[in-house]
Write a protein that binds this ligand. Structure first.
Ligand SMILES: [Zn+2]
Length: 107
């Protein structure tokens, strides 16, 4: 569970990076073609529309991975990474923009 500012704890960052190393092969960015990916420093939240007020509606926690060259963003589920449980997720949408950690680089 991220800290009260929404930042991933160091052990969570390690677990996320380990998960990426074990479960993915860095792909080229679909927009710019580089393989320079950066892990976002905090959990992201995606609003779920479902016909409700987008600001007060439910959200889905996400791990954000940014293309370091063109800023394209990819989303991964921390629940499926077993980093968060469905019960531990939050609907607080006031998380700050993350510091970043490089997960892969190339080109
Ligand atoms: Zn890119």
């Amino acid at each position: 569970m991220p800290d009260d500012k929404g930042d991933w704890l160091p052990e969570e960052r390690e677990k996320i990076l380990k998960w990426f190393n074990e479960n993915t092969t860095p792909k080229e960015c679909t927009f710019c073609g580089t393989r320079a990916w950066t892990l976002g420093g905090s959990a992201g939240l995606l609003p779920c529309l479902g016909g409700r007020n987008i600001l007060l509606g439910p959200t889905i926690p996400v791990v954000l991975v940014f293309c370091s060259k063109c800023a394209h963003i990819e989303f991964f589920s921390p629940v499926l990474m077993k980093l968060l449980t469905d019960e531990s997720t939050t609907t607080d949408a006031s998380k700050k923009v993350p510091a970043e950690t490089e997960v892969a680089s190339g080109q």
